[in-house]
Design a protein around this ligand. Structure first.
Ligand SMILES: Cc1cc2nc3c(=O)[nH]c(=O)nc-3n(C[C@H](O)[C@H](O)[C@H](O)COP(=O)(O)OP(=O)(O)OC[C@H]3O[C@@H](n4cnc5c(N)ncnc54)[C@H](O)[C@@H]3O)c2cc1C
Length: 556
């Protein structure tokens, strides 16, 4: 058994955990993070991608709206390369209650959420596919955020300041001596080895899983995992985030993310964050509601559906699950339960992750007697991990105006590929992933499978959903990894290929009609008839991300 000692152990490699790790390391506190999958393996990698202006919550949840509005400005400043400056619209469609608009504006003023009414014709000029029957339109400071990039950026910055990041390490037990938690036992999912981590303090940043971790120390946290399903359309049907101007509910928002647009979402309580399904009713509902914003959207090409689970914290006395506030809650187990050595941070939004981390680390620092203040709101995070791409090259930057923006701009990959004449090295044509991107990601620390490569580079996330890039990526993986001494025991490329195709298939299944069905049939013919993937030798998948038990009830 390996043993490790640290001042603070962070459990959970999502936005909150990585944010806390960066904050700790900037204050000079020795820290380590363990994550049972890849970074962003949990909700952070399965969210909608909206940098909230706060507009969605101004009426229903003003505290959350204020937090989002403040953090929105901070995140634009500290990590512009992870954010696309799309802007946002709240529009009143014929199906919406007109009186909500006045409440919305008044609540924006009260909560400090920037808003400006614009003429409907201007909204239609900006977004030509928008419902021409909308009655009013309000511009807000919504944006699109890349949580994969942002989480890696936080973790990399923490590493640069001395922190340790251990992915594929699952906490299996908390060690408690009397009324104090003193460490954790983890299983290294790649080697099977047990690792004992002695820690002066533990931050439970496991989101929807926080209750499971707390239970390991005999503590109770009432997390109600709220499942939300989203659908990716095959291109950017909008370039602005478009919201319905109404109380937040199912299917009322479209977010442009990189090359696609994401329709969402639902909110359904599930008993376990690891077991949930995507029902045909949800898919139907999201598309039907989408029609109010973009007429004809339900007949456009949908690529895939996927779901994530909100880490909603329910106070013992809270009523209906739907009314659980979207703000976050820091649980100090010493004052709450009489058990010292651990705090839990639950709830909140991706947009408020930095604030949640600051609040948490303030408490931990105080307990450890560290007085260095938080600096995460001021220090810019260096863009060290741009989807595993090298930092943007100077010649490309000077040649293409698009690359001059401090914010992420769609088109930068195309500009770079064209600048380098590297068309021949494209591995994933949909997302313009080059061989160089892939090689860098395969060589980077902690990458264990092709799904990790997807999170790093967007491999397989475009219209063909891995149809043409998966076998190329598997071949490069084989060249670089298989047989190398440092990966002995890891699954071979053939096993990873099958696993990746299976994961893509799960998401495509609920959207199998029209062009996507034709695409999937072509992919199937390629892989089963031409490449005979189903006859590849069986191999152990132990070190591959444990698949979530997503059940698709029936094909729509
Ligand atoms: C459908 C949906 C849409 C959303 N849309 C938005 C949006 O548009 N904008 C926004 O701001 N917010 C959005 N959110 C909310 C946001 O995604 C979450 O609040 C945020 O990602 C939570 O991050 P986290 O780090 O707290 O949790 P997570 O990202 O879930 O991280 C927790 C991590 O803990 C790990 N873990 C669990 N158990 C263990 C263990 N035993 N050992 C080691 N590791 C463990 C998990 O694998 C996981 O990676 C959305 C949420 C959902 C569900």
């Amino acid at each position: 058994m390996r043993t490790l000692t640290t001042d603070v152990l962070v459990i959970g490699g999502g936005a909150t955990g990585a944010g806390a790790l960066r904050d700790l390391s900037l204050r000079g506190i020795r820290s380590a993070l363990v994550e049972k999958g890849d970074l962003t393996h949990g909700t952070t990698g399965r969210y909608h991608g909206l940098l909230h202006s706060g507009g969605r919550y101004v009426v229903k949840d003003p505290q959350s709206a204020e937090e989002c509005a403040r953090e929105n400005e901070i995140l634009r400043k500290i990590m512009p390369h992870c954010i696309e400056e799309t802007g946002g619209l709240f529009v009143v469609t014929p199906a919406d209650d007109e009186s909500y608009a006045e409440r919305f504006i008044a609540a924006c003023r009260r909560t400090g959420v920037w808003v400006e009414e614009i003429p409907v014709r201007e909204a239609l000029r900006r977004e030509p596919l928008l419902n021409p029957r909308i009655q009013r339109a309000f511009a807000v400071r919504d944006g699109a955020a890349d949580s994969f990039l942002a989480t890696h950026a936080n973790a990399d910055d923490a590493r640069r300041h001395g922190a340790q990041v251990m992915t594929y390490h699952r906490v299996t037990r908390l060690e408690r001596v009397g009324d104090r938690i003193v460490g954790a036992l983890c299983e290294d999912l790649r080697s099977g080895e047990t690792v004992r981590i002695h820690a002066g303090f533990i931050i439970n940043a496991t989101g929807a899983w926080a209750g499971k971790i707390a239970a390991m120390a005999g503590l109770r946290i009432n997390v109600v995992p709220g499942k939300g399903t989203m659908i990716a359309m095959n291109h950017r049907i909008v370039n602005t985030v478009v919201n319905r101007c109404k109380m937040p509910s199912d299917g009322d928002i479209i977010v442009p993310i990189h090359t696609v647009a994401v329709l969402g979402t639902t909110d359904i309580p599930v008993p376990d964050p690891d077991v949930y399904d995507i029902t045909p009713e949800e898919v139907r509902l999201i598309l039907e509601e989408g029609e109010c914003l973009i007429p004809g959207v339900s007949r456009m090409r949908a690529l895939r559906a996927w779901a994530g689970v909100r880490p909603l914290y329910k106070d013992q006395d809270a009523g209906n699950d739907r009314d659980i506030p979207r703000t976050y809650k820091l649980l100090d187990h010493e004052t709450r339960d009489g058990v010292s050595g651990m705090v839990s941070i639950v709830g909140g939004k991706w947009t408020t992750y930095r604030l949640m981390a600051e609040h948490t680390v303030n408490l931990v620092a105080q307990r450890l007697g560290v007085t260095t203040p938080c600096r995460t709101a001021d220090l810019t995070i260096e863009p060290s991990h741009d989807g595993a791409a090298a930092a943007p090259r100077a010649p490309a930057r000077s040649q293409f105006a698009i690359l001059a923006s401090p914010f992420y701009m769609l088109g930068h990959r195309l500009a770079e590929v064209e600048a380098d004449d590297s068309y021949g090295d494209l591995i994933c044509e949909c997302e313009l992933v080059t061989r160089a991107h892939l090689e860098a990601a395969i060589r980077s620390d902690g990458t264990a499978n092709l799904d990790d490569l997807r999170r790093d580079t967007r491999l397989g996330m475009g219209p063909c959903q891995g149809g043409f890039c998966t076998y190329r990526a598997a071949a490069i993986w084989h060249e670089l990894r298989d047989g190398a001494t440092h990966t002995v025991g890891a699954p071979p490329a053939t096993a990873l290929l099958r696993h990746f195709l299976q994961e893509r298939w799960k998401g495509v299944t609920p959207t199998l009609w029209g062009d996507q069905l034709r695409q999937e049939r072509l992919d199937e013919l390629n892989y089963l008839e031409t490449l005979a993937v189903d006859r590849l030798p069986e191999a152990t998948l132990d070190a591959i991300e444990q698949p979530r038990d997503v059940v698709i009830e029936e094909v729509v």
